[in-house]
Design a protein around this ligand. Sequence first.
Ligand SMILES: Cc1cc2nc3c(=O)[nH]c(=O)nc-3n(C[C@H](O)[C@H](O)[C@H](O)COP(=O)(O)O)c2cc1C
Length: 184
Amino acid sequence: MVKILAIIGSPRRNGNTHILIDKLLEGAKSEGADTDSIFLNDFKITECDGCHVCWKDMECPKRDDMNGFYEKIIDSDVLIFGTPVYWYGPTALMKGFIDRLVYFNCPENREKIKGKAVAVVIPFEEEDERASLATVEIFEKSLGYLEMNLTDVLLAPGVGEKGAILEKKIILERAFNIGRMLTR
Ligand SMILES: Cc1cc2nc3c(=O)[nH]c(=O)nc-3n(C[C@H](O)[C@H](O)[C@H](O)COP(=O)(O)O)c2cc1C
């Protein structure tokens, strides 16, 4: 059974990111996947200090919730990242999480995530997709650097209000189908 872990980087519960992620997970579950999600705002994940203690097979001295997530990430076959665009980048919650993936940036730990499939979903208010360019690039470059396999980037432009994504039936359908395909 394929194990899928979703990381939700919007602070808004039941907001557009959350709804989109749930749609992907619904699609994945319809194909028998085992799914789990992390709502980052529920946890304490402090900033990376760049001390690289985690590269020496030692626990991060921050001793916050991130330490519990490394095993969860390693244990998953597929990851889904979701963040709205905040000032043309990901939310601070999501950026903080990405920074802490530095744990995987040493040869020994890199092997634990190398080749894992990743999908990214990004809702934002502006209609012009160029508003998401920097956010997409952060994921492309960072996940590429970690030798992960970015399979899908789902953009959802034109959604500002909480729940506005519910009016975008085509995008929701796309999310469901990406979720299904992630199980293969
Ligand atoms: C602090 C902040 C900054 C934002 N910056 C942008 C932006 O640069 N471009 C844009 O299109 N939307 C921007 N938005 C709008 C959100 O991307 C949009 O409302 C999104 O649907 C929120 O997703 P959520 O419901 O999952 O939180 C911003 C919203 C906030 C609160």
